[in-house]
Design a protein around this ligand. Sequence first.
Ligand code: AMP
Ligand code: MN
Ligand code: MN
Ligand code: MN
Length: 316
Amino acid sequence: MIIGLTAEHLAMWDAWYFAMIPALSQDSTALTNYSHIDLHSHSNVSDGLFTPAELVQHAAAQGLKVLALTDHDDVAGLDEARQAAESHGVQLINGVEISVTWRRRTLHIVGLRIDPDYSPLAAGLQQIRAGRRTRAEGMAASLQKAGIEGSLEGAYRFARKGIISRTHFARFLMEQGYASDMRKVFKRYLVKGKPGYFEHQWASLEDAVGWIISSGGTAVIAHPGRYELGRPSMLELMEEFRALGGKAIEVVTGSHTVDQYQEFARIAKLFGLQVSQGSDYHGQGLSYMEMGRLPALPAGCVPVWQDWPAIEARQE
Ligand code: AMP
Ligand code: MN
Ligand code: MN
Ligand code: MN
């Protein structure tokens, strides 16, 4: 166990989980509505369906006022998104979602208000993208062994704009009739133990958080509920992330259940972390949640945007 994680933390955790102490109010009627703010989304620079401009247009049509574009390991969509945002009256936040390997697991760290031109960040992302190409070759070779030909070219046909990801392989496999929806194609082909999975080493947590912070941005743990970390590891991740200068965790996200909103609101409070929210929108059929529909943050959360200028809550 790492230093700083006390027996008191563990005891508090146990109290929440096993005695179910209502640490936070469930009453959402008194809460401020922030559904016009979305701090996690993807364009076709990574694995989303829309171009950056189309994404912003869609966001505006869904009533969003503040949008972070957070493509995986790439910032190439931000200029186009910013131009579109200006014409649609949307405030664009410069973002990125960095792939990280921590204790042999993949985590995603979102950077908000980053400087995309800051060279250590740009160089780090470039290195991750190069790793993605090598990994894609490994995935294709492995799929070929399982009798699936042409997946590298097939996946790249869906990925012309920027990075290559498992989502592009998924789209190729669906096109070829190997599965009928995303969930199935991932489960059968693209997760650990399946033919298209290829172990890969991403950036370290320290590097990813360091690049974000030193570029002037805020580091946020994306969808912590998705990592299937055991209880001690989850707490140690929070502790380590905070020690590295990490500021916030996503609480309300398209990737969490309603119970997980409460769970991670409590964890944020325990560790003195701020809270972020985002749909993780990728496009029709690729997302769990539409833009502009985020429910309210649980009571007691400190929003990550609380000291950002010019972001105002819209009371409803
Ligand atoms: P990669 O970064 O190349 O490993 O691809 C990860 C992306 O695949 C995520 O950002 C999601 O967009 C998508 N993804 C991962 N798991 C699933 C799943 N079970 N169902 C649908 N999409 C998934
Ligand atoms: Mn994705
Ligand atoms: Mn993610
Ligand atoms: Mn994402």
